[in-house]
Design a protein around this ligand. Structure first.
Ligand code: BGC
Length: 261
């Protein structure tokens, strides 16, 4: 099978990570590069980091990018943990201009979901899977019989009278100096609320905190089986590359169709 290389980039609240990925097997082809998310994380500053990363890998092909917001047709529609100036921005266009390469943006949690279903804990799982990423924000992904429903934002359900992610994110655990047990009990209550809404068959926990499963998984008590993500924190980069591959193909097909008309 031809190696399909795509540069995967994962934009997070604290760091931006990138690596070229072989999208056939999900393996990174070079060591991952990480640059701290610039402050303020506005379109100009983040674009220059993306361009720097493309230069670092001497990249000439398509780029897939996970972005922490609702993304519709390349446009950011929300800005929960990122600068408000992203709202309404066509992120595909801004990053493509900055790199001179085709860039395809997707919600960061959706990217992680694609990677876990293809190469990680969700491989071959049928039924309804909920993947939840725990980091600066709470990202959610719903995959039914292998098909992903994009842009679900269950991290923002109202919970205890507030935006759920403000109560249960990893950033809140650190800011409020919660013990792992205290935080896990909060997170458990949140997952029970989500279980009541969507009744998953499996819950996969990903994001930065997924590496720390041994510290909190024992405190979770749910109807649904819970497993940690297998690609851990790399799911974002690998999934961004996968999304980039799908969208690049789609755009090539569209262009071909146009030429034929
Ligand atoms: C955003 C989501 C994102 C999640 C994880 C949330 O605040 O609304 O779009 O997936 O954080 O970064």
């Amino acid at each position: 099978m031809k190696e399909q290389k795509v540069l995967g980039i994962d934009i997070g609240g604290s760091g931006i990570k990138a690596a070229p990925v072989n999208t056939n097997d999900g393996l990174m082809l070079e060591p991952r590069q990480r640059i701290s998310t610039p402050i303020p994380a506005i379109p100009e500053s983040v674009s220059s980091v993306i361009a720097e990363m493309a230069r670092h890998f001497r990249w000439k092909g398509p780029i897939g990018c996970g972005f922490p917001a609702v993304i519709q047709n390349g446009v950011a529609k929300t800005a929960a943990n990122i600068d408000n100036s992203w709202m309404g921005t066509n992120v595909n266009k801004v990053f493509s201009k900055a790199t001179g390469l085709p860039v395809y943006v997707v919600n960061d949690a959706d990217a992680a979901g694609l990677a876990e279903m293809k190469f990680g804990a969700g491989q071959g799982v049928r039924g309804l899977v909920l993947l939840c990423t725990i980091g600066t924000g709470i990202g959610t992904v719903i995959i039914n019989n292998g098909r992903l429903v994009p842009n679900t934002e269950l991290g923002h359900i109202e919970f205890k009278g507030m935006d759920a992610e403000k109560y249960v994110s990893d950033a809140t655990r650190k800011a409020e100096d919660l013990t792992w047990e205290e935080w896990a009990l909060r997170f458990n209550e949140y997952l029970i609320a989500v279980e009541k809404l969507i009744w998953p068959d499996l819950i996969i926990l990903g994001g930065g905190a997924s590496k720390k499963g041994d510290k909190f998984l024992q405190y979770l008590d749910l109807k649904t089986p819970v497993v940690p993500a297998e690609l851990l924190n790399n799911a974002g980069v690998v999934g961004a590359a996968l999304a980039g591959r799908y969208q690049h193909r789609l755009s090539a097909k569209k262009k071909k169709k146009k030429r034929k008309k």
